[in-house]
Design a binder for this molecule. Structure first.
Ligand code: PMP
Ligand code: GLU
Length: 397
């Protein structure tokens, strides 16, 4: 059987692959500590789950509007007014089956064959492959790790060609946990304006920031660029609703309607009763988030401290999301039981095989020489897992 060109250039998601591999080993009885999963370890708050159950029991089990339930779109619009300090209307909001689906739809609607989309590295694994699925060309631009993974404006300018159509921003970032500064965003915005680009700003971790100070975002910094800004958000990370598949896009209505046309010919509405749960999530009490954030904050400090105590490992304190992204380059020249480590991919394999610790290699995030550890896990797992990592490093020749 012949498979289409489009799927042949796309690779399976590395984050999902590591998570599944760790889960399989656990199911087979191995005591694996998994830092793979990019999802909260908290259950969805009960008031959200009961709203979903009640809706299902009361008959919200049929198809619903392709754009999303009007009440959910209104709730998102209101929440976005609070986040971004700009007015939002229902017509500017689309509900999709997870932020991943929102992004997919946006790339499909915005990218023509051969169009170039700039993606700062390290990036979340799915952006380049989604651009390729739209037959576009991902153009990777480095950030400056020593300066908190700040976007390198000179590199950004150098990457622009007549085929460049857009740029992806993601802060707090997956995999680095880095948070962009308002100043850096304003510099990026200037380039965007000069070259008439659109910007997808993936703000899915905006509620998970641990340091003082307001949220910096291109729409907040430059509301005058609003027509070219596409916000992607969702319920997965904020409310621990990863399995519910609820994602949001906010953009100009013409784009929202094109994305809805695509959705209407592919997935239709996302799960109707899950949307009722999402309404309860957005409109309900957010008190639980304070507790979760306090837990993530304590864990990020501990994991960073423990990682930095391993010789050859350097980790910056992440400002948001729930990922630590240490630089492990000094370990790559070493050997384990006579085998050269060589790459972060091999290091991740050896750690899983010999130390029963699952980490995601940096290479699929466009950052060879780094590994990603999700600290959306217990403090005990952090102590145990990073302890095993340290023990593994002690055994290197
Ligand atoms: N963007 C980023 C940066 C992410 O880390 C994720 C989580 N996988 C998503 C989007 C999509 O999440 P979901 O599809 O669960 O909403
Ligand atoms: N975003 C999460 C991660 O990066 C979940 C997995 C995925 O959707 O790729 O691990």
């Amino acid at each position: 059987m012949k498979f289409a060109h489009r799927i042949q250039q796309v690779v399976p998601s590395a984050t999902l692959a590591v998570t599944n591999q760790a889960a399989q080993l656990k199911a087979a009885g191995h005591d694996v500590v998994s830092f793979g999963a990019g999802e909260p370890d908290f259950p969805t708050p009960p008031h959200i789950t009961s709203a979903m159950c009640k809706a299902a029991e009361n008959g919200a089990t049929g198809y619903s509007a392709v754009h999303g339930l009007p009440a959910l779109r209104d709730a998102v619009a209101k929440q976005f007014e609070q986040i971004y300090g700009q007015p939002f209307k229902r017509e500017q909001i689309l509900v999709s089956s997870g932020g991943k689906h929102s992004l997919y739809n946006a790339f499909q609607v915005l990218v023509d064959p051969g169009d170039e989309v700039i993606i700062p590295a390290p990036y979340w694994v799915s952006y380049p492959d989604q651009v390729k699925l739209a037959e576009g060309k991902p153009v990777i631009v480095p950030t400056i790790p020593e300066e908190g993974f700040k976007i390198d404006i000179a590199a950004l300018r150098a990457a622009i060609t007549p085929r460049t159509v857009g740029l992806v921003l993601n802060s707090p970032n997956n995999p680095t946990g880095a948070v962009l500064t308002a100043e850096n965003i304003r510099e990026v915005a200037k380039v965007v304006e000069e070259h008439d680009l659109w910007v997808i700003t993936d703000d899915i971790y905006s509620f998970l920031r641990y340091d003082e100070g307001p949220f910096a975002n291109i729409l907040i910094e430059r509301p005058d660029l609003r027509e070219r800004i596409i916000i992607v958000h969702g319920a997965s990370k904020t409310y621990a609703m990863t399995g519910w598949r609820i994602g949001f896009t906010a953009a100009q209505p013409a784009l929202i309607n094109k994305m809805a046309t695509l959705q209407g010919q592919s997935t239709s509405n996302t799960v109707t009763f899950a949307q009722h749960g999402a309404i309860a999530a957005i409109t309900g009490d957010h008190g639980f988030l304070d507790e979760w954030k306090a837990a993530y904050d304590a864990r990020r400090r501990r994991i960073t401290e423990l990682l930095n105590a391993i010789p050859g490992v350097t980790c910056q304190l992440p400002g948001g999301a729930f990922y630590a992204f240490p630089d492990v380059r000094p370990l790559l020249g070493r050997t384990f039981q006579g085998q050269a480590i060589g790459t972060d991919l091999r290091l991740a394999e050896l750690l899983l095989e010999h130390a029963l610790v699952a980490v995601v290699p940096g290479e699929p995030f466009g950052a060879p020489g780094f590994v990603r550890l999700s600290y959306a896990c217990s403090m005990d797992d952090i102590d145990k897992g990073v302890g095993r990592f340290a023990e593994f490093v002690r055994k290197l020749d």
